[in-house]
Unconditional design. Structure first.
Length: 624
């Protein structure tokens, strides 16, 4: 396997990972029976499955899956024993040089370069072991199930290219993915969920429904919101803005870039430097360095160490909000100060990690920062948590868990004193306890400046998404020397709370597309009602109905095509518009419309005014 683990980590491997790890070896055995020239690199268990990286002449395609699976079933029926053997370094190298580790060669001049390299990476004095099932032996730390008979509920999923150790210079390998479960029923349930996920894929639906576009000419990971997607975004922003107004937030606007020194002070530049766009040099600096024939390295090093002034596409909004707070003299009577912004930030994600709207390089946060006295922290935290709950409940996302992301005391990646961390962690524990929700604690998952309360939502097909987050921060106020005058007439340091119920509008919208399968509740749908005249002679009447709906604040269009009414209904349903109003001679004469819902049967004829009253109430109440 690829990721050599400590003995303690191996012992903690879950039963399902042990099974999937064993299935990876059985898959390798099956491939070697069909293509004996294969040489295997490594094959670890991963979330929801396993893979193996290997090298051979034949290029595997999905057409080969049935043949490989058939051989795997035979191996499972053979009930081969997984046997572990400890090897000396000399024995391991001898087996690798013969091609016997991770292959079947045992032919002179055909050594396994992968196993020789992995053996060299094992520290002197550390135990080297291999596992054998049937004719296949591989360098492996284990653990495995006892016998191959347990590995019968297996399915091959996909094949792709990979690089050994992720290094492009070491040549291309094939990577075959599979999944396995303890029972046939669990495997079938998983496959059904995968099919459901394909149907709901926001990248496909986003294109079909004309919600967003990603263009190489603009750049990977940078979202172009199309008009319909923009309407969803605006509806979300209007929703959260109304809630912020109720809680006394002030909306602010800040630039997309800031000086490097701002992010040096906050810690974002040194701590997140690898995940940011490169700094932007001032024009005078570029001209000076050009005159001196300086290298790019001179510029990069000078921007990094502060020799040259520069700017950065902002990775976070908080330093800008801190400067707004610090721009005025503050008294304890002014606190809490709650600043909110739909602020766009930028992160340099690796291209292989980008995915539609859910993993991007430029995204807008529904961000807010609260500056309060220590005595106000508990109440402000509860207000933030109530807001996240309101957002999730309104959207029907009631299946969620709460995670406290805490500092790992053994790590050096965090800033600030242990005393401040202890206070912050105590505050978030108290808040979730008052809220009465179950929670788990995870060490090492905190932001570098403070612990977090994360809401992890399970969507309709069982996937987990980390959405809303609330963070308590004693450290950035200290780094920026923020102050307010207390009731004792002396200077004090405020506490800062970061919160974002949506997290990012891009990611949240991508999730909503999949959660609702594009069938947004009426208040969120980009087009809420479509009027369908059964022929051109009823167009004027349809326009009149649409005008009344628009005046009531409903997003409405008229189908002016020459299609038959059946085709109009079908097309409207495909575009997932919540309501269709069919209009013909009878409806015009009676002042009614024939109402249809995308997911229901014909709702019958209703007076126009009655339908308008019903649909506007549904929108106003944000009903699901």
């Amino acid at each position: 396997m690829s990721d050599r683990k400590t003995l303690e980590e191996r012992q903690q491997m879950s039963d399902i990972d042990r099974l999937r790890h064993s299935c990876a070896h059985i898959m390798a055995t099956a491939i070697l029976r069909i293509w004996p020239d294969a040489q295997f690199a490594y094959g670890p268990p991963i979330e929801n499955g396993f893979y193996y990286d290997f090298e051979m002449k034949h290029r595997i395609t999905p057409d080969d899956f049935e043949k490989i699976e058939s051989e795997m079933k035979k191996i499972s029926k053979e009930n081969q024993k997984f046997e572990r053997k400890v090897l000396s370094r000399e024995e391991a190298k001898s087996m690798a040089e013969s091609g016997r580790l991770g292959g079947l060669s045992e032919r002179p001049g055909n050594p396994s370069r992968f196993k020789l390299d992995l053996i060299d990476k094992i520290p002197e004095g550390e135990e080297i072991s291999c596992f054998q099932n049937g004719e296949f032996i591989d360098l492996c730390a284990g653990p495995h199930v006892g016998y191959s008979g347990k590995c019968k509920n297996v399915k091959l999923m996909s094949v792709s290219s990979s690089f050994y150790m992720g290094d492009e210079s070491k040549g291309s390998l094939q990577r075959l993915y599979g999944t396995a479960f303890e029972s046939k029923e669990l495997l079938e349930e998983h496959l059904v969920r995968l099919e459901e996920a394909k149907k709901r894929d926001h990248r496909r639906l986003g294109k079909e429904l004309q919600l967003f576009h990603i263009d190489e000419a603009v750049g990977q990971g940078l979202i172009l919101w199309k008009p319909k997607g923009g309407l969803i975004r605006r509806a979300l922003q209007d929703f959260i803005t109304q809630e912020l107004d109720k809680q006394g937030y002030s909306q602010v606007f800040t630039p997309h870039i800031g000086k490097l020194d701002l992010y040096r002070t906050s810690g974002h530049f040194p701590y997140y430097q690898e995940s940011q766009y490169p700094p932007i040099a001032e024009r005078d600096t570029l001209e000076k360095l050009a005159d001196e024939d300086a290298t790019c390295s001179t510029l990069i090093n000078g921007l990094s160490d502060g020799t040259y002034e520069g700017y950065l596409l902002k990775p976070m909004n908080c330093p800008h909000h801190i400067k707004i707070f610090a721009s005025e003299h503050r008294s304890y009577r002014d606190l809490p100060v709650r600043l909110a912004e739909f602020g766009t930030v930028y992160r340099w994600e690796q291209s292989g990690e980008l995915g539609g709207m859910t993993r991007v390089r430029g995204f807008t946060q529904d961000d807010a920062h609260l500056f309060c006295t220590p005595d106000q922290v508990a109440q402000e935290l509860i207000g933030c948590l109530d807001l996240v709950k309101k957002v999730l409940n309104t959207l029907g996302m009631t299946n969620y868990r709460v995670r406290l992301s805490l500092r790992d005391p053994e790590s050096d990646k965090y800033v600030g004193s242990p005393e401040n961390w202890d206070k912050a962690e105590a505050a978030i524990r108290e808040a979730v306890q008052v809220l009465g929700v179950e929670y788990t604690e995870e060490l090492g998952e905190a932001a570098f400046y403070g612990p977090k309360i994360d809401f992890v939502v399970k969507d309709v097909i069982g996937r987990d998404w980390q959405l809303g987050t609330v963070q308590v921060d004693y450290n950035l106020p200290e780094r920026f020397k923020l102050e307010y005058v207390g009731s004792d007439n002396t200077v004090h340091r405020p506490v800062m709370i970061h919160r974002a119920p949506f997290g990012s509008l891009e990611r949240f919208t991508g999730l909503l597309i999949e959660h609702f399968e594009g069938k947004f509740p009426t208040w969120l749908a980009p087009e809420q009602v479509r009027v369908l005249p059964i022929s051109d002679k009823f167009l004027d009447a349809a326009e009149d109905v649409a005008t009344k709906l628009a005046e009531a604040g409903v997003r409405v269009t008229v189908d002016r095509s020459s299609d038959k009414v059946g085709a109009k209904i079908r097309n409207t349903r495909l575009e997932r518009v919540p309501y269709m109003l069919v209009l013909g001679a009878k409806e015009v004469e009676e002042g009614t419309v024939s109402v249809r819902h995308r997911d229901k049967d014909d709702l019958g004829a209703k007076p126009v005014a009655e339908f308008i009253a019903e649909v506007t109430e549904e929108i106003r109440e944000r009903k699901l």
